[in-house]
Design a protein around this ligand. Structure first.
Ligand code: 4AD
Ligand code: MG
Length: 467
């Protein structure tokens, strides 16, 4: 098989010139076929770029008689000459001299040209990479992965792979999936009747990690600046457009840093990701903006890059919400969690862009956050964006051993299990801070997709782990 050339190379204007009037081979999946009497227009995609390649195949060229298999969804290889396009829209097109259908798709191919809703595509998640929408989303997801590693690497951070199986509930929220090799029909019990974890594989109760933060803190306390980028699991029963049971999180952790520094890092990181995407995926962004964002999404992203990110305290946020005149489903009381509707009001209507909220009541946040001198709030921050709400949660960490253990006792946490974490406060403790960014939430925000299930290849959500 002569080696096909990527369609992205053929359509790239600089390279197109090099191939113009040359014979080339392309291979991909047929997006659509328009049959005329003496020829067909075929639109072919190989997933390498947003536009499909327009191909003109005259009836009678080699392989054309297999026309009945030349259908939407079929995989095919075309040989032909790249010529300047007669039609508008595309600079070049392929004048085919032969066709080889490699894998035909019948009339029952599910993704026919007629509009296929995002819900329908979720049911066909194994095929949705063949649509314009998912091609765009996943090329952007890739760009955001690259942007993440570049951003942190350029700033001297070390990438750290933290464990997926852990015996610590790092957020203390009791949302861990269990990991065990017990025979579930015959679980060993202690004399008192409780589960005997001593007999389990790890001789302890273990689960899938809800955060890599505690381990990242260990490495920040030796290497200074680290970041994780890994799968994260939460067994929370949340069926919302922004929750997944399995998601990816980026968690930087910085020694000798305080809340202000880490908030600035989060704002810079989000802006960097937007700039990187606008630069590397302009066709994807404009396609999605037209398709789902009424053409305005792209401009909204562009405006974020240049504007400063607003920062308010939780107490100020409560005042703004209480005096907003909006009707919220959940009441606005100092001490309560901010709900998605509150977060979205702040980002979408009040600040019309990203906003960082700091200094939450300690009851709303995890045990490890640095306590403020008011005795009521902690040095926490969330970064909220339009369309999604919270995409980043972080804090300065409590570096004082007594304060941390007192808080753990209040929350009835077992100190023994956290001995190694507490050691960081015993030996060479320094102020440090970090945050976690939900990767699917940021991909949803930047692509403008309204459901995180549409920005991860195969979503896991309550009652759903197909594929
Ligand atoms: O706010 P969270 O729970 O913070 C932590 O896990 C800290 N340990 C982070 C740190 O300081 N190192 O989660 C961080 C982010 C959230 O802001 C959200 O974007 C995302 O992770 N997230 C989820 N994304 C999808 N589905 C879920 N169920 C999520 N839960 C959290
Ligand atoms: Mg959070």
């Amino acid at each position: 098989m002569s080696k096909p050339i990527l369609i992205s190379q053929l359509l790239n204007s600089a390279q197109a010139a090099e191939y113009l009037e040359q014979e080339v081979v392309v291979a991909g999946w047929i997006r659509s076929v328009r049959k005329k009497k003496h020829f067909s227009f075929i639109s072919l995609s190989d997933g390498s770029c947003q536009p499909a390649l327009q191909i003109i195949a005259d009836a009678g060229i080699s392989g054309y008689e297999e026309g009945s298999t030349m259908l939407t969804g079929s995989a095919a290889k075309f040989t032909g000459k790249l010529v300047a396009s007669q039609g508008k829209g595309q600079g070049v097109e392929l004048q085919a001299s032969s066709i080889e259908v490699l894998g035909s798709a019948g009339e029952d191919y599910p993704l026919q040209k007629k509009a296929t809703s995002l819900e329908f595509l979720r049911e066909h998640a194994h095929l949705r990479s063949r649509t314009n929408t998912f091609g765009a989303v996943f090329r952007i997801r890739h760009a955001l992965t690259m942007a993440t590693h570049l951003f942190f690497s350029e700033r001297g951070f070390i990438n750290l792979h933290t464990p997926i199986i852990t015996s610590n509930d790092g957020e203390g929220a009791g949302e861990m999936f269990k990991v065990t090799n017990f025979d579930l029909d015959n679980i060993p019990r202690t004399k008192s009747g409780s589960i005997d974890y001593d007999q389990d594989y790890f001789a302890a109760m273990t689960g899938l990690t809800v955060t890599g933060q505690l381990e990242a803190e260990c490495f920040a306390m030796g290497m200074g600046r680290v970041y994780t980028f890994g799968p994260t699991f939460r067994a929370e029963n949340s069926n919302t457009p922004r929750h997944l049971s399995e998601f990816w999180m980026i968690e930087p952790e910085v020694a000798f840093a305080d809340l202000e520094e880490i908030a600035q890092l989060a704002a810079d990181y989000v802006k960097y990701m937007i700039s990187y995407t606008l630069e590397h995926c302009p066709l994807e962004i404009s396609f999605l903006s037209e398709q789902y964002g009424e053409g305005k999404h792209q401009q909204q992203l562009e405006s974020v890059v240049t504007a400063p990110v607003n920062k308010i305290t939780y107490t100020e946020a409560i005042e703004l919400l209480a005096t907003s005149g909006e009707r919220f489903e959940f009441s606005v009381d100092w001490g309560a969690e901010l709900q998605t509707e509150h977060e979205r009001y702040l980002a979408e209507k009040k600040f019309i862009g990203p906003v960082i909220v700091t200094d939450y009541p300690k009851e709303c946040k995890a045990f490890y956050m640095k306590q403020n001198s008011d005795g009521k709030t902690v040095r926490a921050m969330d970064l909220l964006v339009p369309g999604v709400g919270e995409i980043v949660g972080g804090s300065q960490r409590e570096d004082d051993l007594d304060k941390l253990t007192t808080r753990m006792d209040e929350l009835k946490m077992e100190r023994d299990a956290y001995q190694w974490y507490l050691d960081l406060r015993r030996f060479g403790s320094v102020p440090h801070a970090g945050f976690g960014l939900g990767f699917e939430r940021v991909v949803a925000y930047i692509t403008g997709m309204s459901n995180v299930r549409d920005v991860i290849p195969f979503p896991r959500t309550p009652k759903s782990a197909r594929f």
